[in-house]
Design a protein around this ligand. Structure first.
Ligand code: M6R
Length: 365
C-alpha cells in the first residue's frame, strides 16, 4: 500500500532515511567495524584482484559511477563501469583476477544476467549488489550485498539508488581496509561518518517545499540540464534520468567542463540548468561554469552543501542540503533531484509511478 502517500514514488523517497539505516546500521558493530558477512573476500583474495568491473543498467549504472569513484579513491583499485547491454560487445580484459560487481535492484534485468553469464565463463569473481533476496543475480554470485531497501514499486528508482550508494560506500571502505590502504584509525573514523548518514538524509527531506517551487518553474521547459564535476557529475546523471523518465522533459547531464566543447550551444533564455556543487576541490571551477550559463540566460539552480559566498550572483534558486564528508555527499544531493522530478511530473499530470513506455523490471534484452 501507499501508506497514505498519493504515489509509491513519494512514499519511497520518504522511506530513504529508514532504508538507509536498515542497509547501514545493522552492518556496523559497536566498535565501529563493518560486518559484511555475505562478502567473503579476505586479505589474500583481495591481493589477487587486479581490476574491478562494475556492470549495470539505468539507475544501477549511475550508482556504479559513484562506486567507481569511491573504490578507486579509498581502495586504490582500478575500476571500470560498463553498461550491461554493452558489456558483451565491448573488448573485455577479464579473467580470474577480475572482480565483477553487478548492480541490480530487481536482480532480474536480462542484460545484467547476460553479463553475469559471460563473466562467469571467464572465471571472474562475482559480487552482486541487489535488493531482491534470492533473485537470479544473487543466486549466481560468489558474494552478495543485499541493499535491504524493502520493495520498490515505482518505476523511477529512488531508495534502491541511495541504498546502492551505501553498499558502495561500505564495500569501498572494507576493500581499503583489506588492502591496507587506510589505517585502522581512519577506517573507524570513516565508519563514524557513515553512521551519520541516515539522520542527514532525514534532514535533507526538508528541501521538498523548495523543489515544488522549482517544479512549477520548469514544468513547461522543453529541455533541462544537470552539470557538475566528479561525483557531482555522476549525481547529475541520476538526476537527469529521473527528470526525463517521469516528466518527459528532455534532460541531459554534462560534466561542467564540457559545456564549452559543445553543449553550451543548447542554452537559451530560461533553460533550466541544475548544478550540483558538493566537492570542495571543484567548487571554484563549477561556479565559473554556472556563471557562463547564467550569462547566456539560463535559469540556474544550485544544489549544494557548501556556504557559497554571493551565491545569488550565480543562482536563481539555491537548494541547501546538510554538509557531510565530501565523499558521501551524493546520497544527499540526489534527494532534491528526486523531488524535482516527482513534482514536475505531477504538475504535468503524468502517471508518476508508471511512466509511459517503461516497465519496472526489464527482462528482455
Ligand atoms: O532492477 P535493475 O536495477 O537491474 O534495473 C535497472 C534499470 O532498468 C532501472 O534502474 C531503471 O533505469 C529505472 N527505471 C530508473 O529509475
Amino acid at each position: 500500500t501507499k501508506a497514505g502517500y498519493p504515489h509509491f514514488m513519494l512514499k519511497e523517497i520518504n522511506e530513504q532515511p529508514q532504508a538507509i539505516s536498515d542497509t547501514l546500521l545493522r552492518r556496523i558493530d559497536k566498535n565501529n567495524n563493518l560486518i559484511l558477512d555475505d562478502i567473503r573476500l579476505d586479505e589474500d583474495e583481495i591481493q589477487k584482484i587486479k581490476d574491478i568491473y562494475i556492470v549495470a543498467c539505468g539507475t544501477a549504472y549511475n550508482a556504479g559511477l559513484i562506486g567507481k569513484y569511491i573504490i578507486e579513491n579509498l581502495a586504490n583499485l582500478r575500476v571500470r563501469v560498463d553498461i550491461a547491454s554493452e558489456f558483451r560487445y565491448n573488448k573485455q580484459f577479464i579473467n580470474e583476477n577480475t572482480l565483477v560487481i553487478l548492480v541490480s535492484q530487481s536482480g532480474e534485468t536480462a542484460d545484467t544476467l547476460a553479463a553475469q553469464k559471460l563473466a562467469k565463463t571467464k572465471g571472474c569473481r562475482i559480487l552482486s549488489i541487489t535488493n531482491v533476496v534470492g533473485s537470479s543475480v544473487a543466486r549466481n554470485s560468489d558474494d552478495v550485498f543485499y541493499t535491504l531497501a524493502g520493495p520498490e514499486i515505482a518505476v523511477a528508482s529512488t531508495k534502491a539508488y541511495t541504498t546502492m550508494l551505501v553498499a558502495f560506500y561500505m564495500i569501498g571502505v572494507e576493500l581499503a581496509k583489506l588492502k591496507q590502504e587506510i589505517s585502522i584509525e581512519d577506517y573507524h573514523n570513516i565508519v563514524e561518518k557513515l553512521k551519520k548518514l541516515p539522520q542527514k538524509v532525514k534532514e535533507t527531506l526538508s528541501v521538498e517545499k523548495k523543489c515544488i517551487e522549482i517544479a512549477e518553474k520548469i514544468k513547461n521547459s522543453k529541455s533541462a540540464f544537470y552539470i557538475g564535476r566528479g561525483l557531482d557529475d555522476s549525481v547529475g546523471k541520476e538526476g537527469a534520468l529521473k527528470l526525463k523518465e517521469i516528466s518527459y522533459i528532455y534532460t541531459e547531464s554534462f560534466a561542467a567542463g564540457e559545456l564549452k566543447h559543445g553543449t553550451i550551444a543548447l542554452i537559451e533564455k530560461d533553460t533550466p540548468v541544475i548544478a550540483v556543487v558538493t566537492q570542495d576541490k571543484l567548487l571554484d571551477k563549477t561556479m565559473s561554469n554556472i556563471q557562463e550559463v547564467k550569462a547566456r540566460g539560463a535559469y540556474t539552480i544550485i544544489i549544494t552543501d557548501k556556504h557559497i559566498e554571493d551565491v545569488k550572483n550565480y543562482a536563481d534558486d539555491v537548494i541547501q542540503i546538510p554538509e557531510v564528508y565530501d565523499m558521501f555527499s551524493s546520497i544527499l544531493a540526489v534527494i532534491p533531484a528526486q523531488f524535482i522530478a516527482y513534482y514536475t511530473s505531477i504538475k504535468k499530470g503524468n502517471d508518476v509511478d508508471k511512466p509511459r513506455n517503461l516497465a519496472k523490471s526489464v527482462t528482455v534484452e
